[in-house]
Design a protein around this ligand. Structure first.
Ligand code: HEC
Length: 105
């Protein structure tokens, strides 16, 4: 499913459209970011990732709303696939947890 729907922009295994250059842009905005843990996909909760994939990007028309062609189960399975590319530490720090230490200061 990732190969069919996402790889053309996000690269094989989710390495991103411009691997190693997270600031890369085109006329639409940022190029498709890495979805493994080279960029910041792991800063988002599962729910945020699911919503982004379902609804598309509010600021870049290239990232369309996939709810038109993928079911909620498909989207949940894609998020599970992406997370299978993340390291143990990214999984442990996913979403708001990576800033959790700030609350202690
Ligand atoms: C036509 C190109 C294109 C396709 C196909 C595409 N994306 Fe994207 N995607 C983008 C772009 C460009 C962005 C950056 C959007 C922005 O800057 O707001 C993005 C952003 C994202 C993000 C946010 C990442 C982050 O770290 O904030 C997720 C998650 C995502 N895409 C998942 C997917 C999935 C899953 C698929 C396949 C179902 C997919 N995309 C297909 C171009 C694409």
């Amino acid at each position: 499913m990732f190969e069919e729907n996402c790889q053309v922009c996000h690269g094989a295994n989710g390495v991103g459209e411009a691997p190693g250059d997270p600031e890369a842009r085109d006329e639409f905005g940022f190029k498709a970011p890495a979805l493994n843990d080279d960029a910041h996909a792991w800063h988002h909760s599962d729910q945020t990732l699911i919503c982004f994939i379902a609804e598309g990007s509010p600021c870049n028309t290239r990232m369309v709303a996939f709810k038109k062609i993928l079911s909620p189960d498909d989207i949940a399975n894609l998020v599970a696939y992406l997370k299978s590319r993340w390291s143990v530490s990214s999984l442990a720090c996913q979403g708001g947890r990576h800033m959790g230490f700030m609350a202690m200061q």
